[in-house]
Design a protein around this ligand. Structure first.
Ligand SMILES: Cc1cc2nc3c(=O)[nH]c(=O)nc-3n(C[C@H](O)[C@H](O)[C@H](O)COP(=O)(O)OP(=O)(O)OC[C@H]3O[C@@H](n4cnc5c(N)ncnc54)[C@H](O)[C@@H]3O)c2cc1C
Length: 94
């Protein structure tokens, strides 16, 4: 489980999340992406870009456009977690 460290709505339907995911930040950098599965019930996996990393936390910025991104946007910081984060994926820039 990956804890939501910080959640902020930064514009209409646009959300910034910082998620604790040490296995991603170990080698992952902005421009690569992760694939997120919110919980074991909501089976859909969605790709989201890593926009920054800090320590063991990864930043994602996303637009709530459909089922899974709206479900993600409804999660709260502090107590709530994400079931799976696969990554980092994609090419790493130098
Ligand atoms: C490699 C990769 C990286 C991505 N990184 C990001 C990211 O950092 N931030 C982000 O917000 N999205 C990103 N996306 C898009 C994101 O994966 C989709 O928004 C998400 O899968 C939508 O899932 P959903 O179940 O919420 O919506 P769905 O129910 O699958 O889609 C609902 C409707 O919204 C439309 N739609 C889907 N995505 C978008 C969009 N981004 N803008 C406008 N309309 C859309 C669909 O065509 C559909 O009509 C990325 C996609 C890829 C392939």
């Amino acid at each position: 489980m990956y804890k939501i460290v910080k959640r902020e709505q930064i514009a209409d339907n646009i959300f910034e999340f910082w998620i604790n995911a040490p296995h991603v930040t170990k080698t992952g950098r902005a421009g690569q992406f992760v694939v997120i599965r919110i919980d074991e019930h909501g089976g859909e996996r969605i790709p989201l870009t890593i926009s920054a990393t800090k320590g063991e936390d990864v930043r994602i910025v996303f637009m709530a456009v459909g089922k899974t991104t709206q479900q993600l946007a409804a999660l709260e910081e502090g107590g709530e977690s994400i079931r799976d984060i696969a990554g980092p994926l994609g090419m790493r820039r130098r």
